[in-house]
Structure formats: C-alpha cells, structure tokens
Design a protein around this ligand. Structure first.
Ligand code: CA
Length: 506
C-alpha cells in the first residue's frame, strides 16, 4: 500500500489505487491522518520546518512547515533546494564497476554499407526548408499509394520536414545545432544510406550541406530544387520527385535482414509524462535493460539535460575519464546559460501533469529520471545534433521535450527507442520503433492498446525490476528483428519531428 524507495527516506509513495483513507493503519506505527491519493507522498515520521525531505536516499527539498507522520506531503510543503554548482562536483579516478559481458543475443537487422544496422527499411525524404513541406507531404502520400506496393521490402516513406531553413541567422554559432541535426537525421541507420533532398532554391540552408559527399556514384543528383526552371508546374515537380524516389526505392528494396549481434543495437532511452512511479518501476526496468545492452556490447543513449541537471553529482563520478566528465559539465553548463538567456529556470520542469502524478519538483524528477541510464560507465557525451561514436552508455545532450529529444536521438543514430511514461502519452515516431513502457498498471489497463510493456507490475510484486528488465531486453530484440510491431506502429500514430534551434531567427 506504500512503497519506500530507500531505507533513509522519510516519505513513502502510496501504491493503493484508491488512495489511503483517513485513519487507515499502514503499520502499527503509522496511520494516515488524511486522504493521501494514489502516487502521492505520505510522511513516515513527525517532521519539522526546515528538515530535509529524503527520497531515493537524497535530499529533494526542505519542509516549509511542520508535518506530522501520516500526512499528505504536497508540493507546497517543499522548498526547491539550490542545484549544486558544476564546479563543486569533482571527478575522481575510481575503479568503475565493469559489468560482465553478455554473449549470444542477436536480432535480424539490415546491415548498411557504413556498418550500422537498421531495424526498419524506410525511404526518407530530407528537406532543406519549410517552404517545401507541403509538396513533400503530397509526394509522400503519392509514393505510398502508387510506388510502395511495388517495393514490398520497403516498410515506409517519411518526409523529414521541419520549420528551419530560411529566415534564420545561418551563421550564428548556435545554427550549427539544427543544421547538423537535419543532416544527421538522413543518416539514421533505418534509411539505409539513401539520402534524397528536396530544396526550394533560394533558402539559406543550402541542400548541398545535407548530402553526404560519398553518396551515389551513378551521376544522378540526389537534390531537387522546386525552383528549377526546367520543371513545368506542380505536375512537373511531382513527376521528377517520384522518379528520384524510385531510384532510391530500388536500392532499399534489395536490403535483406541478416542475423546481427545485439552489439549493433543503438537504443535511445527517454521518458515523458512522468509520475512518481517512473523512478521506481519504468526507469529502473529501462536501466536494467540498458545494462544488458551495454553488457552485450551495444550502445545506449540517455538525454534530457533539465532532467539530469539535479542529479549531476551522481553522473559525473560515473564518467569513464576526466575528459568525459568535463564534456558532461560543458553541456550542462551550456544549458544552464541557455535557460538563463531565456529568463527561465529549472522550476519550469516538472509539468503540471508530473505534479499531479506525485512529483514534487525537478530534483525528485531528476533522481528518478537518471535511473534509466543503468549502472554502466558513461563513455561519451554528445552535443545536440551530433551522432554517437562509441559503443556503451552515451549521454546525448538534448532538451527534455519529448519530440525534440526524440528527433535528436534519431539524428544521433538510434535504431530502437524506449519511452517510459506514467501519466500517459501516445508518443510515437515513424522512423524508429518506439517501445512504450508504463510506470503504473492503471495506465496500462486504460491504455491497453497504446502501451507495449507494463513496468507497474513491479509494484504489485508479481515481477521484479530484473525480470521486467529482461522482458524489455527481449522485446527490444523482437521489435528490432521485425518480429513484433510496437503499439504506435500498429495504430499508425506518429509525432512530427521537432528541431532544436537555439539560434536566432531573422
Ligand atoms: Ca522527455
């Protein structure tokens, strides 16, 4: 009926779906003094104003008033503590635990020329500017209807449309973030190295910047400008684009799945619509699966700067080298400054829904959020829009916003996505399979057709973090092989890409 995360905690989490009624005896020493709803905190002892509130064995804030044992500890009862300064967190050379290797796990994937492995076979149409988005969407529909039935080995066609490209300060230092994101999106392993770009002709972001230098070799351009004077009207554009698409579809259609080691997995971990259970069910289950992937030699990325900032003291010591620790500090510091520049602070996170889900503040959210990174050393830190280079656990510095983070993880090269939610979000991406994990069973019961795996079963005691971590790992391999479809793909529910543009518009 209540869950205590850590032996030192002075608050518990109500796991009774109907909440704890007043006078209900939790134990011989603890009685609820008022209704404490599902997912909310109950004080385990008499506490006084100024006393630290402890969850996950860590201080999540200080009491603003005296509170007796058995009371509902609400958000207004806690002051947000200062975030530790990054300079005050030292990296020390320690013997980081090396996890035992895990051999023998494979999946059926599409091996690419550059060695990366796709889990889907998708034609992506890159765009250099929003002006071409309408035409792109039209063409994508036409390809699906007229061409795709002839290329049965190709799963889908997507337009990589976005709001960038013109009316932007293209030479501002921060412009590199959206530019490299658009370029690297097209290199995602699921697109098989077949890059084609639709441009307008007069935009600031030149389409040439988006095509890899070595592509093709057949002499035909993979860029089409809608302003090309040889094109006769809309029909002329469409005919030309369909011909270009067909050349790429032919190559994609010849891709075959082959047995690949689990070390070819590149899994992006993200949470959205978190609740108080995310940190004790969904995220630890994802963290256990992260460790399994790393042990199998694979790549895991976790992200969401504002949701790790308050747990920096737990992450910096986990960096494999001082250089990696300094890179992590550099990205976190950049984001601190970015928030200051926008006159925002970290109290902008959590969301109202997070709070209704029992999360008091960003410190508590961060402590629960970083658990999805598992326990392995952080081998590299990647700037937003860049691709991961190293196998093992990577921190990819992105905003926490679901679609922006997802877009940057697609650009970083993920071939599988795990998304943990407590409040519920129907999030999905068409480019990369998204496995949705619920942190509580009532959500899975309500959203039975939208959630792929229920980590809330940890609470009921039927399962453990380990057993569900293995279940998630096996599910990742099955989905990566194309043996199982995730809920959002079955339903065809997919979100738009959303670029992170920290630079100015003109
Ligand atoms: Ca998120």
């Amino acid at each position: 009926m209540i869950f205590i995360t850590h032996a030192q905690d002075n608050v518990g989490i109500v796991t009774e779906v109907s909440g704890l009624q007043p006078a209900f005896s939790v134990s011989p020493d603890l009685q609820a003094r008022e209704l404490v709803p599902f997912g909310q905190k109950i004080s385990l002892q008499d506490m006084h104003k100024g006393q630290p509130v402890i969850r996950y064995g860590q201080v999540i804030g200080y009491l603003t008033e005296d509170l007796e044992a058995g009371r509902w500890l609400q958000q207004t009862h806690i002051d947000l503590p200062e975030a530790p300064t990054l300079d005050s967190i030292a990296w020390k050379k320690t013997d980081l635990p090396e996890l035992d290797p895990l051999a023998g796990y494979t999946f059926e994937g599409y091996r690419n020329r550059d060695g990366s492995v796709g889990t889907k076979n998708v034609l992506a149409i890159t765009t250099s500017v929003q002006c071409v988005a309408g035409v792109t969407e039209y063409v994508v529909d036409r390809i699906k209807k007229d061409l795709l039935p002839g290329y049965t080995n190709v799963d889908d066609v997507v337009g990589l449309t976005h709001q960038y490209g013109c009316g932007v300060a293209i030479n501002a230092p921060a412009a590199i973030v959206p530019i490299r994101t658009v370029k690297n999106l097209a290199l995602n392993p699921n697109f098989g190295g077949e890059v084609m770009v639709l441009g307008l002709g007069c935009e600031k972001l030149r389409p040439e910047r988006l095509v890899p230098q070595k592509q093709g070799g057949n002499g035909e351009s993979d860029i089409l400008y809608l302003q090309d004077e040889s094109l006769d009207g809309f029909d002329g554009m469409v005919t030309e684009i369909l011909a270009m698409a067909e050349r790429h579809l032919e190559k994609l259609n010849s891709r075959k799945r082959e047995t690949c080691p689990a070390s070819d997995l590149v899994v992006g971990m993200q949470c959205g619509g978190s609740d108080v259970f995310s940190g004790i069910t969904g995220n630890p289950v994802a963290g256990f699966a992260s460790d399994l992937i790393v042990r199998a030699g694979g790549t895991v990325m976790f992200s969401e700067v504002t949701e790790v900032r308050d747990a920096a003291h737990l992450l910096i010591p986990r960096c494999r080298s001082e250089k990696v620790a300094n890179r992590l500090k550099e990205e976190l510091r950049w984001y601190d400054d970015y928030l200051i520049g926008g006159q925002a602070d970290r109290s902008a996170n959590p969301s109202p829904g997070n709070k209704r889900g029992g999360l008091s503040n960003v410190v508590e959210k961060a402590l629960g959020s970083v658990v999805k990174s598992g326990s392995s050393p952080i081998v590299d830190v990647i700037a937003p829009g860049e691709r991961v280079q190293k196998k093992g656990l990577n921190f990819v510095a992105t905003p926490a916003s679901d679609f922006v983070c997802g877009t940057l993880q697609v650009a970083a090269g993920m071939n599988m996505h795990v998304f943990i939610t407590g409040r519920g979000t129907p999030y999905g991406l068409s480019m990369v399979p998204v496995i949705k994990v619920s942190s509580n069973t009532p959500l899975k019961e309500r959203w039975h057709d939208l959630v792929d795996l229920d980590a809330g079963r940890v609470i009921t005691g039927e399962h453990t973090i380990e057993s569900l971590g293995w279940e998630l790992f096996e599910l990742i391999l099955d989905v990566a092989s194309g043996h199982k479809k995730v809920a959002c793909d079955k339903l065809g529910i997919h979100n738009d890409l959303a670029l992170f543009n920290p630079g100015p518009l003109t």
